[in-house]
Design a protein around this ligand. Structure first.
Ligand code: NDP
Ligand SMILES: O=C1OC[C@@H](O)[C@H](O)[C@H]1O
Length: 391
């Protein structure tokens, strides 16, 4: 057997998801039965300080040879790095990903990809013109569970899919009209592109798009019509957003729901039922668990006479590191694309990221949500405070 293809990662930012993703990178691919690619963490950067980057390296139990940088600029200039993982708040994604692409680096960028569709288009044009790999890090798409759902749909297991209802909501309602996040927190802070839609609604949209758009033959794909209802929080960010997406040629509807007030899984178990229902003429696929990390499917067809076939999907752990979150599958996809010279992932192509961002743009427009110029401009500025960390 030939030796696995190795990808050398640079981690941009040191928050919660950077930690989770890096720990996944450090797991052994064999623990998920992957043998063709592997990952090396080469450098970590923090806009706060070099010390913070060094602490992060210790915290995730990475090798002591990993370089610590006190600025994003140093990271993107490192010749040992093949690909940068952008793990800042969404407000920063456009400027940070541009910084990396401009320096000639491939990029895996956290969701939601950007604040506006124009920013997404600019990033994609830049990646295309520089012949670089660029991918939106919607990790759920790379789960074996998602692959199975797409296979079930394209094989006709539930007939034509006419409707998908998908919800990702977290119940953080608090007394006196408040939401249980401090106003400065990225979940509600408009300066950090806060709000339910960009943080959580993207997953509800992911399920609508996986089931009603991605699975359509290329020539038949159509951008949906959008009708949205949005409630705003006092910070200006959206707190509850409901979207109806109509795909007229396919006669299908997607209902994407998200809220910071109510919960899609109120007891964090699965007793509330499936938060995603993909409904076809011959049956239904129910996806159980939070929309970002589901672990069970129930397939109910007319043929099975209403009896559900239950399929469980465990998320493998590296026993030695006692860790496995499920983000490694998207990292494996990025590695295979780099190995094969592909500039975009077929599982989430650039064109689809653009249409999804356009739906979010339209939703925010209908709801009257606007974000500050600093974070919504599509003009790249290497010296933007979003790149230098001067807060
Ligand atoms: N795929 C998934 O499951 C998840 C994805 N996400 C996405 O990841 C991104 C980051 O989320 P998360 O890790 O929870 O956020 P955190 O607040 O935990 O971390 C964000 C990091 O970004 C850097 N940063 C730079 N400027 C700022 C600023 N002005 N305010 C705050 N942080 C700043 C900081 O790192 P430093 O100081 O080192 O530069 C900080 O630690 C978001 O876009 C979110 O949507 C989040 C959670 C789950
Ligand atoms: O991507 C995410 O998934 C998990 C949520 O808790 C988090 O807010 C969001 O950013």
């Amino acid at each position: 057997m030939s030796s696995p293809y190795t990808v050398r990662w640079g981690i941009l930012a040191t928050g919660w998801i950077a930690e989770t993703f890096t720990k996944d990178l450090l797991t052994s691919p064999a623990s998920r039965d992957v043998h063709d690619v592997r990952h090396e963490v080469v450098a970590v950067s923090s806009s706060s300080s070099k010390e913070r980057a060094a602490e992060f390296i210790k915290k995730v139990d990475a090798p002591s040879s990993v370089k610590a940088y006190g600025s994003y600029h140093e990271l993107v200039a490192d010749p040992d790095v093949d690909i940068i993982y952008v793990a800042t708040p969404h407000s920063h994604h456009f400027q940070n990903a541009m910084l990396a692409l401009d320096a000639g680096k491939n990029v895996l960028c956290e969701k939601s990809l950007t604040v506006t569709a124009a920013q997404t288009r600019k990033l994609i044009e830049t990646a295309r013109s520089k012949n670089l790999f660029f991918m939106e890090a919607v990790w759920t798409r790379y789960f074996p569970l998602s692959i199975k759902v797409r296979e079930l749909i394209t094989s006709g297991a539930i007939g034509n899919v006419y409707r998908t209802i998908a919800d990702l909501s977290v119940g953080r309602d608090a007394p006196e009209g408040k939401i249980d996040f401090p106003d400065e927190n990225r979940m509600v802070n408009a300066d950090l592109a806060g709000g339910a839609l960009l943080d959580l609604g993207i997953y509800a949209l992911t399920w609508v798009f996986q089931s009603l758009y991605h699975t359509q033959p290329e020539a038949e794909k159509e951008a949906p019509n959008v009708i949205a209802a949005v409630n705003k929080y006092h910070t200006g960010a959206d707190e509850t957003t409901s979207i109806i997406l109509q795909f007229p040629k396919h006669k299908s509807h997607g209902i994407a729901l998200t809220s910071l007030r109510v919960a899609s899984e109120p007891d964090n178990k699965d007793t509330a039922g499936a938060s995603i229902r993909i409904q076809g003429g011959l049956g239904e696929i129910q996806v159980v668990g939070p929309a970002y990390r589901p672990r069970q499917l129930r397939v109910i067809t007319k043929e099975s006479d209403g009896k559900a076939e239950v399929i469980d999907f465990a998320i493998p752990k590296d026993k030695e590191r006692d860790w496995g979150h499920g983000m490694f599958w998207e990292a494996d996809e990025a590695a295979r694309c780099l190995r094969d010279g592909q500039k975009e992932s077929k599982t989430l192509p650039w064109s689809e990221s653009i249409v999804i961002m356009e739906v979010m743009d339209e939703t925010l427009k209908q709801g009257g949500v606007t974000y500050p110029e600093l974070i919504s401009t599509d003009v790249f500025d290497p010296q933007s405070p979003l790149n230098t960390g001067k807060r």
